[in-house]
Design a protein. Structure first.
Length: 358
């Protein structure tokens, strides 16, 4: 029996972003919703493996917590970039309005304008009304924040109540983000159980909740918004090419990152540099066998101790400070160096081998 369509829900752990690949099994035409720059190679590889023709990269809005991969996809696979004209994203190939239909083969998505999180937010309803892709408008047991990018809690309340909650109870909700491992919900569930807007919550309840959240701004706000207004197009117009020495991913910030799984499988061919502090390594004790320990605050003075005969893979507890180690090494002339994504926390979470230092 032939599948009715191709569907993949993809996840970017650092930003908590869901990317959705939808395709028609007969024509092999497809669309990609809310792509992530750092996941470009993963998504492009999947599209090629499934033998799909990517027609559009669709942005549900101008994101503030990650950079889109839409521009990269346009150059790699010839896809077009689509978003609401109110998103203010430049160089769109397809400008979307409320009620528009985006066709891919015999399937299609209907555009619903659902502003409030930002002024240019849209949601996308599958042609049979079985699924809705809500961006940052309606989340699982939550909703998008409304305190920047022309957000409005009152506008968001009406978008959800009048547009999304008008859909059938069994319509599956697929949001652009989730930070607790939840993958989907339904309109009926959210109408009943969403603590911000479900049940008996009225506009006053909803606005009062959002106006008093006082959340810190997203960490990538200053990078992501300007980049996404250009659909992820780098300022130098250069398409990053992975080097031959390791399957690294180039982040929008220019950092080369590598998966812990690959490093563990090629441990004899690389040099692992652990830049945690002395206090951390003494207190925690867990380390990667044969990793060189040089605390980040000592690295500049001890560069002569870092070998150059193998690619250097930097690591710390969470993968953040080791980005600085990557930067220091690159500036000092190390060309074959990459940061281990997610640090020792991800290394352990994936069950990769460690030892306990005496």
């Amino acid at each position: 029996m032939t599948a009715k369509w191709v569907f993949r829900q993809l996840f970017d752990q650092p930003s908590g972003t869901y990317t959705y690949l939808l395709g028609d099994p007969d024509t092999r035409q497809a669309v990609l919703i809310d792509s992530v720059y750092e996941q470009h190679e993963r998504d492009a590889s999947l599209i090629r493996e499934l033998q799909l023709q990517l027609l559009f990269c669709i942005e549900t809005h101008c994101h503030a917590d990650h950079v889109t991969g839409a521009w990269l996809m346009r150059h790699a696979l010839g896809s077009k970039i689509a978003a609401s004209e109110k998103s203010c994203i430049a160089t769109l190939d397809l400008v979307l309005h409320d009620g528009d239909s985006i066709a891919f083969g015999r399937r299609s998505l209907k555009v619903l304008e659902t502003p409030g999180h930002t002024s240019g937010c849209i949601s996308l309803v599958l042609d049979d009304h079985s699924m809705v892709f809500t961006g940052d408008c309606l989340l699982i047991r939550g909703c998008g924040r409304t305190d920047f990018q022309q957000g409005s809690a009152r506008t968001l309340f009406h978008s959800i109540q009048e547009k999304l909650f008008a859909l059938a109870d069994d319509c599956i909700v697929y949001p652009a983000h989730d930070y607790a491992g939840r993958t989907s919900s339904t309109i009926g569930e959210e109408r009943r159980l969403n603590p911000r807007i479900g049940g008996e919550a009225n506009e006053t309840d909803f606005v009062g909740y959002l106006d008093n959240m006082r959340l810190p701004h997203p960490k990538q706000l200053d990078i992501a918004v300007p980049a996404n207004l250009q659909a992820g197009r780098p300022t130098d117009d250069r398409i990053p090419k992975p080097p031959a020495w390791a399957p690294v991913i180039t982040t929008y910030g220019g950092v080369l990152e590598i998966s812990p799984q690959w490093v563990a499988a090629h441990a004899k061919d690389v040099h692992i540099l652990d830049v945690r502090t002395r206090h951390e390594t003494t207190e925690e004790g867990t380390r990667i066998r044969d990793a060189q320990l040089i605390p980040i605050d000592e690295l500049r003075e001890r560069l002569d101790q870092v070998p150059k005969d193998k690619p250097v893979m930097t690591i710390c507890r969470s993968g953040k400070r080791s980005v600085l180690a990557f930067t220091i090494l690159r500036a000092a002339g190390w060309n074959e160096v990459a940061n281990i994504s997610g640090g020792l926390l991800r290394w352990q979470a994936e069950g990769l081998p460690t030892e306990h230092a005496s």
